[in-house]
Design a protein around this ligand. Sequence first.
Ligand code: NZQ
Ligand code: ZN
Length: 386
Amino acid sequence: MLNFDFYNPTQILFGKGRIADLNKVIPAEAHVLVLYGGGSIKQNGVFDEVMAALGTRTVTEFTGIEPNPSYETLMKAVELIKHNKIDFLLAVGGGSVIDGTKFIAAAALFDGEDPWAILEKRGSNVTQAMPFGSVLTLPATGSEMNNGGVVTRKSIKAKMAFSSRFCFPKFSVLDPTKTYTLPVRQIGNGAVDAFVHVMEQYMTYPVNSPVQDRFAEGLLKTLIEEGPKALATPEDYDVRANLMWCATMALNGLISTGVPQDWATHMIGHELTALHGLDHAQTLAIVLPSMLRVRKEAKRAKLLQYAERVWDLRTGDEDSRIDAAIARTQDFFEQMGVKTRLADYDLHAANIDPILSALETHRMVALGEKRDVTLDVSRQVLELSL
Ligand code: NZQ
Ligand code: ZN
């Protein structure tokens, strides 16, 4: 096992009716900025519950944080904060709203000239952030219990990630009943995103870390079992609760302790979203199966372990077990309603060069756990995904 430093201060308030407990975790005298997306929380009652829980606190609203939140939109919230005496930020929504709020929390107190530098330096230049919490409505990203965020600058078509120890939510409310109104597409996206998060931290090479491996395998198996149930019986509380906790545990720092990490699939996926507007999970469903096929030799030991422990593939020679495990993975994404080929999104061979150029511009030229995913390897992956 590798050395590691584990730190996660986020308090989780999980279960039915927990929004009411915002009253206990937000200071009574705080002026709260409530941030949300395109309005789903107004339709499904979450907004009203949040407002009721905030009681007599002074509340200002910031609406319109879009999926794949943009720097352009988020900077409007930073201005709002600078001109009002806001003490606490409350993100209400999915990963985009929470990520956006993290950026706003850091940008509002940023010393440099232009907070875009936070993305350029991947968060290493963040020295403080405003306090914030979240009410999660879409289990997928793990943003509710981690310190990372992803922001898109539309004007230059760049989607970049940052992280900072100052950007953990103080708390997150996870009420599974609030996910009942999710469209089918977002249920599928959420399960695929969480699945790929686990794979980025698990599917590398062995370092004798059975605790982390078995946690990861448990999360993968749970997603495979519960994901399709959420599509079949959308208002099953236990299914939604298990999916929600699974997605949080998939990216809260626990399973990445002491193990190598990959993240090449995510980095290529970010370029697909920045250039073509695909949903985050759609990009992952396209890239991961080909990524595993192209890097089969480097990942052989873990792929065999994955085939056996996650998919119960125990017979046949090594290559056929690995190939079957990757095929099952791809089938699972399709079963969750997320298409896995570039052509499914009307993208073709001619679209590959611009994706590679974007990777080069963003210095994504040595990705993966061994930094051996060069632009040539990324090209092979994309060609195999056509
Ligand atoms: O905007 P509203 O109207 O709220 O609608 C949203 C949005 O259109 C809707 N939605 C959310 N909860 C709902 C709901 N609709 C009905 N009922 C509900 N309960 O769902 C749509 C998508 O929301 P979004 O927040 O964009 O989705 P997701 O949670 O998948 O977040 C994706 C973003 O997170 C980033 C991605 O790159 C992407 O920008 N990621 C963040 C990570 C992190 N912070 O650690 C890691 C991930 O790898 C990921 O990159
Ligand atoms: Zn992701």
